[in-house]
Design a binder for this molecule. Structure first.
Ligand SMILES: Cc1cc2nc3c(=O)[nH]c(=O)nc-3n(C[C@H](O)[C@H](O)[C@H](O)COP(=O)(O)OP(=O)(O)OC[C@H]3O[C@@H](n4cnc5c(N)ncnc54)[C@H](O)[C@@H]3O)c2cc1C
Length: 346
């Protein structure tokens, strides 16, 4: 089999990214998979700084854009298991480190943006997957591809006068990122509305995970390491279009008033510790407006970090660590990162 050389399959912390000292750069070969049929969709040394909200980070050793779930599955089944795989949504909850991401970074594109509604009647066909899963549940479901933006799913639900997904309109990520992160807002989260998710495992196996199997916890899921969500099924119920629209407008207004939504940011930086709000602890510890290099704790919402224009990923991460240190010193509470930090420190 023909081989192409790639260097440094960096080992991962979080999802495939991770720390490796500068001198640890083992060489691996990436076989010409499928006789080279992926060549056009597999780019080497791809800049990732434009693929995330913070606008920081190094390069992907390889960036792969699959056409659809079968294409992704076939690719992964041939990719040597020792090569790390990292998937990115629209990067609204990550810091890509300055040293970039080793191995293969997967970015889902147009083939994963479909969204459709499956009305009650079609769910009543005997043996239908959805009827089985949603027995005794509202049976109007929305099926969305993993690269679909959350706001498009919410808008689609509004267009069809079904309720339950309004909270997604306030979350600037993709469906895949929302499932992985158990994204939520305004007393709802993905765990409350997801029926099941289609997933491609690291070895290329295609599998459907039920809500229970995803083992959701606050702002995270038990998705296996290296697993890539390709689609999701959400439950909804019939609603009043005007009321749904009003809720979405209220969410947009509340977000605009309280969050730096036009800044280069990554959403909530730290999880709310039990019984506390992270932003209150950060405020109390005197960190509002704190800066490290080009990174700043937002003046508007102090659980948001922002890139004021010149920040590196290291600035953002060091600022976050400094906030953790100060909050611990002042309150005794250890903040935990919500934002995923992915890749290699430069
Ligand atoms: C202004 C702003 C406001 C925000 N408000 C909220 C909020 O109210 N509530 C909230 O929960 N979040 C909020 N966020 C954070 C963020 O939007 C969510 O976490 C979102 O779900 C991340 O989706 P993404 O597509 O951007 O994922 P990314 O940031 O690209 O990735 C996040 C994680 O998900 C993984 N991932 C991405 N796609 C997939 C996939 N297809 N399969 C498996 N894993 C995947 C990545 O590997 C990574 O570990 C906000 C962010 C910003 C910038």
């Amino acid at each position: 089999m023909a081989n192409q050389k790639i260097s440094s399959p960096w080992k991962g912390e979080d999802q495939g990214g991770g720390l490796l000292s500068a001198n640890q750069t083992p060489t691996l070969t990436l076989p010409l998979l499928g006789g080279g049929k992926y060549k056009d969709r597999l780019r080497e040394n791809a800049d990732l700084s434009k693929t995330n909200w913070f606008r920081v980070g190094g390069k992907a050793q390889w960036l792969f854009k699959p056409e659809d779930a079968n294409d992704l599955a076939a690719f992964l089944s041939q990719l040597p298991q020792e090569i790390p795989v990292t998937v990115l949504g629209v990067g609204s909850n990550i810091i890509v480190r300055d040293g970039g991401i080793g191995g293969v970074v997967v970015k889902l594109g147009r083939g994963f943006t479909g969204v459709k509604i499956v009305p009650r009647a079609s769910c009543l066909v005997p043996g239908d997957e959805i009827s089985r899963i949603t027995n005794h549940e509202p049976r109007t479901t929305i099926h969305a591809g993993a690269a679909c933006l959350d706001i498009h799913v919410a808008q689609f639900a509004l267009d069809h006068s079904v309720t339950g997904l309004e909270f997604l309109s306030g979350i600037p990520g993709t469906v895949g990122g929302a499932v992985r992160m158990n994204a939520g807002a305004y007393d709802s989260d993905v765990s409350q509305v997801l029926i099941e998710a289609q997933v491609v495992l690291r070895d290329g196996t295609i599998k459907t995970f039920s809500n229970a199997e995803l083992a959701f916890v606050y702002r995270n899921s038990g998705l296996p390491e290296g697993a890539i969500v390709t689609g999701a099924v959400f439950k909804t119920s019939p609603g009043d279009k005007d009321e749904i629209q009003k809720r979405m407008q209220d969410i947009a207004t509340a977000r605009g008033d309280t969050q730096p939504i036009r800044a280069q940011t990554g959403g909530s930086t730290f999880k709310n510790p039990d019984g506390h709000k992270a932003w209150e602890l950060i405020e109390k510890s005197g960190c509002r407006g704190l800066t490290v290099g080009g990174a700043q704790v937002s003046e508007k919402h102090c659980n948001f970090l922002i890139n004021t224009g010149s920040a590196t990923a290291a600035d953002l991460e060091n600022l976050g660590e400094e906030v953790i240190r100060r909050v611990k010193e002042k309150t005794g509470i250890a903040l935990e990162w919500e934002i995923k930090r992915i890749g290699k420190i430069a």
